[in-house]
Design a binder for this molecule. Structure first.
Ligand code: 15L
Length: 268
């Protein structure tokens, strides 16, 4: 789906990885970021902030679907978190609604449920829609983003898919030991975004964004129901990753790992 797809936060970690993967012969990617970008073939660039209604109105004009990745991707002050992640997402959704865009994909995070215990997983994993247990202000902002998506679906009939992303970085292998559980490979991330764009009528859904990791503690049933079929598994890096320092008990026991003990409101 989507002749023209807007990606917010296109210069960020996930945006940068998705750009070449989501580009296609019959798709134009419109890239939005506060950092200037250069457009390649099949791309359009808008420089500006997701918190600016005028910028967002321009960015949404003529767009079929939005992938909203823009915002702070870790802990920051409460004021910045509210402004950029919560008000920013509201501005994006409002601009999308005004432009008549029918589908928005929102980047949430495992940190929306970071204080859920790993041993809650059971046989099928922690459900994608498990109720919030944020581990940081950042996690709280992701919960608010999920709620805004739900509101815009219920009020305006917009298809909104929320992805609770595990750990997605442009590295050849997961970044740390925890990646054995949380890794979302860049290629699987692209598969998941494609599934979000392709589903005929998803309504409002929350799905986990992780690869098919042997040690994952998240249910993939919801993402699979959307059409996602992961092909990667962090286990192939197990030997290497197990040589890295072990997490503390609190970190190991909770979904959010180190975020659960990081000082609140401090950029780290
Ligand atoms: C996130 O939500 C962050 O954006 C990313 O930087 C990682 O910390 C990731 O979660 C994770 O939990 O590994």
């Amino acid at each position: 789906m989507g002749h023209r797809v807007l990606i917010t936060g296109a210069a960020g970690i996930v945006g940068t990885m998705m750009r070449p993967r989501l580009r296609g012969a019959d798709r134009v990617l419109r890239l939005l970021d506060v950092a200037p970008l250069r457009a390649d073939d099949g791309e359009e660039v808008i420089t500006g902030s997701v918190t600016d209604p005028e910028v967002m109105a321009r960015a949404c004009d003529g767009v079929d679907a939005v992938i909203h990745l823009g915002g702070l991707s870790r802990e920051n002050t409460w004021a910045d978190t509210v402004e950029i992640n919560i008000n920013g997402t509201h501005t994006v959704l409002e601009a999308a609604r005004a432009a008549g865009i029918g589908r928005v994909v929102l980047a949430s995070s495992n940190h929306a449920v970071g204080f859920r215990r790993v041993d809650e997983a059971g046989e099928h994993g922690i459900p994608a829609g498990a109720s919030p247990r944020p581990d940081t202000y950042y996690g709280v902002s992701k919960v608010a983003i999920e709620a805004l998506g739900s509101l815009y679906h219920s009020r305006f009939g917009m298809d909104v898919i929320v992805i609770r992303i595990g750990s997605c970085f442009e590295t050849p292998r997961p970044l740390g030991r925890r990646g054995l559980i949380t890794w979302l490979s860049p290629d699987d991330a692209a598969r998941l975004f494609e599934a979000c764009l392709a589903h005929p009528s998803p309504g409002y859904r929350i799905v986990w964004g992780v690869s098919d990791n042997t040690r994952r503690i998240y249910s993939l049933a919801e993402a699979r129901a959307l059409g996602y079929e992961p092909r990667d598994n962090a286990e192939v890096y197990a030997e290497e990753l197990e040589r890295l320092p072990a997490p503390t008990a609190v970190e190991a026991e909770h979904v959010g790992g180190g975020f659960c003990t990081a000082p609140l409101g401090q950029h780290n």
